[in-house]
Design a protein around this ligand. Structure first.
Ligand SMILES: Cc1cc2nc3c(=O)[nH]c(=O)nc-3n(C[C@H](O)[C@H](O)[C@H](O)COP(=O)(O)OP(=O)(O)OC[C@H]3O[C@@H](n4cnc5c(N)ncnc54)[C@H](O)[C@@H]3O)c2cc1C
Length: 418
């Protein structure tokens, strides 16, 4: 079957790989000049199954985010554009953060994350992939109250048998000797099996694996519209018409727009997220363990000669300008934990748009159009979910039974209103 995939991000390229492996003739259509140019570029590079537990849909997080909103540094920033879609998304997000919904969502996410970790490890072994991956992460709680909010997540970690250890200040400092002696914090949650790596490098390596399997990449090609044509799908690409047998929409934050053109409304909201890359100046002072500041929702990872800092969600913005609050937040967090490792004020700052669903669980599989499929909305844990999601999609399109229960992962969760 000839299958087109819209989107050259980590999700689209992973899907293309598994489709080609299943024997399909695959083309990836990407509006930019290479893979991993949008959200997959600025990724902070956490890819272990536990990175999905840093999802935004967590009880207590809306209150904490809103209470910090008017500070100079904060996990969220708002632009002046207060649009109804944003408020509607926020309302749904707050509702999904209720305890019962959180537990249900986490169970689904964990199942997908575990499956994805298996697929990822097979990929790495089979192709001897090296994308600067390294193990271990630590979630830092600045106050006892922050730790209290994370108790639920820790309980779920325990129930699912995930290795984790709560460390007091002294033990946390032993685990990460580069932590600043000045920073005040309460405790750290050590996750020995969590992993980080260079996400754009991973996507570029996947592109080569795809090409070896015959996948065609069509860069600088922008899909304007999609039409279902009997047993075919017609794509309008920069004024040309391209017919394929099946289509996967993995267009990140643009997925909602493309699905809207097909008559399906998705609560997928484009959130601008920031990252910064700073050259390491003092290697002894640079992080060895990937660190996540729970209060500011900012991650810090060392990748070779650079330190990558990412976080701060800006809502309601479509401009490419950097929000000063986001820059302040990244610099403050990095300066607090590893002040002498780099000069963060001279870092390269970047922002990109990620498509977020209020429940934080991706949408995979069929749409109401028989030959059109979706793979989108992976949120803050996309890399950790990419391999599993790609394999599931390829199985569904190849009419093979998916290897995990798909309940809650498909469009059917919106009461078949799609
Ligand atoms: C700062 C930051 C830090 C993050 N940290 C982590 C992390 O530590 N761990 C983790 O797992 N996840 C993390 N994430 C989330 C993760 O990076 C994203 O959710 C993920 O990259 C999304 O991948 P994607 O392929 O769905 O989307 P994208 O990477 O955005 O790819 C979608 C692609 O589709 C293309 N496209 C869209 N519309 C069209 C069209 N009409 N025609 C042609 N092409 C089109 C776009 O150009 C884009 O390249 C982070 C995100 C950001 C921004």
């Amino acid at each position: 079957m000839r299958v087109a995939v819209i989107g050259g991000g980590v999700i689209g390229v992973s899907t293309a790989y598994y489709l080609a492996e299943a024997g399909h003739e695959v083309m990836v259509v990407e509006r930019y000049g290479n893979v991993a140019q949008e959200a997959s570029f600025g990724n902070v590079d956490l890819m272990g199954p536990n990175s999905t537990l840093r999802q935004w849909t967590v009880p207590g997080l809306p209150y904490r985010a809103l209470s910090m909103l008017f500070r100079q540094e904060s996990p969220v920033a708002f632009s002046a554009r207060f649009e109804p879609a944003m408020w509607s998304w926020i309302r749904r997000w707050i509702s999904e953060c209720r305890l019962q919904r959180f537990k249900e969502n986490q169970q689904r996410l964990k199942m997908l994350a575990d499956y994805s970790a298996q697929q990822m490890s097979q990929l790495i072994q089979t192709h001897e992939m090296d994308f600067q991956q390294h193990k271990a992460a630590m979630v830092m709680f600045r106050t006892a109250k922050d730790l209290q909010l994370a108790r639920l997540t820790m309980q779920l970690l325990g129930e699912s048998g995930t290795n984790h250890e709560l460390l007091d200040q002294e033990a946390a400092r032993q685990m990460e000797p580069a932590l600043s002696t000045e920073v005040e914090f309460h405790s750290g949650l050590y996750l020995p099996d969590d992993q980080a790596g260079n996400s754009p490098l991973f996507v570029r390596q996947m592109k080569i694996l795809c090409q070896n399997l015959g996948v065609e990449f069509h860069f600088n090609n922008h899909v304007q519209s999609i039409r279902n044509e009997q047993n075919k799908v017609e794509l309008q690409i920069d004024g040309r018409s391209v017919m394929v047998d099946a289509l996967v929409i993995a267009a990140g934050s643009e997925t909602a727009k493309l699905m809207h053109g097909l008559g399906t409304h998705l609560p997928l909201y484009p959130v601008k997220v920031y990252s910064a890359s700073a050259a390491v100046q003092e290697y002894e002072m640079a992080p060895k363990v990937s660190l996540f500041d729970d209060t500011y929702q900012v991650s810090i990872t060392r990748l070779g000669k650079r330190i990558r800092i990412a976080g701060c969600a800006e809502m309601g913005s479509s401009s490419v300008n950097l929000h000063q609050k986001a820059v302040n937040t990244l610099v403050k967090v990095a300066d607090d934990w590893f002040p002498n490792a780099a000069n963060y004020r001279h870092a390269n700052f970047w922002s990109g748009t990620a498509g977020m669903l209020p429940e934080g669980i991706p949408l995979l599989g069929a749409t109401k159009h028989p030959n059109i499929f979706i793979n989108a909305g992976h949120g803050a844990g996309a890399w950790a979910l990419a391999a599993g999601s790609g394999k599931l999609l390829a199985d569904i399109i190849s009419q093979r039974e998916p290897e995990i229960d798909m309940q809650g992962l498909t469009l059917a969760r919106y009461d078949n209103k799609h």
